[in-house]
Design a protein around this ligand. Structure first.
Ligand code: ADP
Ligand code: MG
Length: 305
């Protein structure tokens, strides 16, 4: 099967939402809405490194889109479209069919179009997706705006995916394979939150990026960390480790004043959000348990560790 027929069969549905020119030419064409900035990011998934080798093709398709939409969400932006650079070790039609179904399922859920890409042969299965989105000029939520006294808030639950990775077949594996980018929540926070990041390498490490960029510190309350019921079978120490240092959560972590958080809570009820701590003037990350200082050592997932 030639490159052209792969594209034609699996990646060219020709169903686009506001795309001037989609797949089939040398480049795609888009018209950003007036008064908006283009938001663009890319993420690569390498088989065996970013997902277990036995992950289903459908899940790989979903996840490669989802992790990119999560980065768009973390800016407070609306996702619009993606490009797919696919390196395949061999042409396996049933794999391609499942992969493209998973990919389009995630695209459809978030109203995103696949508008182009590249297809090559390479010994290692590698998927690079570039996501594009829009945001009203000046409203993007970066990592650098956290203010002393802000609440630190997390969407959903954290630690599930890391637990799923270590317990194949467990129901929480679904959270590893099918992360849910918080696109709507991210957009609702524009004009309200002061900084935001998506949690891909563990809450502690990713919050650390906000602290560094904003030149502030944080105090986290361990007993407030939002974890799934299923993680309550673990000891508190283990549970906190999953919640703080697990990877692949794709939840949002944001900082926001108390007043704006109340305004945000009135706006939305779809996604649970939990206050886990406060931004402090004192740099660094400290922990409390039930209001008492608590010494807790951990490290996030590091790709080159
Ligand atoms: P070129 O040689 O000009 O780069 P290609 O043959 O690589 O063109 O691609 C032809 C068209 O198909 C382009 O519009 C490209 O964006 C699209 N395309 C290629 N591979 C993919 C893919 N995996 N998914 C989506 N679109 C693709
Ligand atoms: Mg090409």
């Amino acid at each position: 099967m030639a490159e052209f027929s792969i594209i034609e069969t699996y990646f060219n549905r020709r169903r686009y939402a506001s795309v001037d020119l989609g797949i089939g030419d040398d480049s795609a064409l888009l018209s950003p809405p007036p008064g908006h900035q283009l938001v663009i990011c890319t993420d690569t998934l390498v088989a065996g490194r970013h997902f277990p080798l036995n992950t289903s093709a459908h899940a790989i398709g979903w996840k490669s889109v989802a992790v990119n939409l999560s980065d768009i969400a973390a800016m407070g932006a609306q996702p619009h479209s993606i490009l797919l650079a696919l390196s395949l070790p061999a042409i396996n039609e049933s794999w391609l069919a499942d992969f493209s179904q998973g990919l389009y399922q995630c695209c459809d859920q978030y109203n995103v179009s696949l508008i182009g890409g590249d297809t090559t042969q390479n010994p290692q299965l590698t998927i690079t997706i570039t996501a594009l989105g829009w945001i009203e000029t000046g409203l993007a939520l970066t990592r650098s705006g956290a203010q002393v006294g802000d609440l630190i808030v997390v969407s959903g639950t954290v630690g599930d995916a890391a637990f799923g990775l270590q317990h194949p077949g467990h129901p929480l594996q679904k959270r590893l394979d099918y992360p849910t980018p918080r696109c709507e929540t991210g957009q609702q926070l524009t004009g309200l939150a002061t900084s935001m990041i998506d949690i891909s390498d563990g809450l502690a490490q990713d919050l650390g990026h906000i602290l560094k960029a904003s030149q502030v510190g944080a105090r986290l309350e361990l007993s407030s960390l939002p974890v799934s019921d299923m993680l309550y079978q673990l000891t508190a120490q283990e549970r906190w480790k999953y919640a703080l240092a697990g990877g692949d959560d794709y939840e949002l972590c944001f900082t926001i004043s108390e007043k704006n958080y109340q305004a945000f809570m009135k706006l939305q009820q779809n996604v649970k959000t939990t206050t886990v701590g406060k931004i402090t003037r004192q740099p660094g990350l400290t922990f409390e348990q039930d209001g008492q200082p608590y010494l807790f050592q951990l490290n996030g997932y590091q790709h080159f560790a």
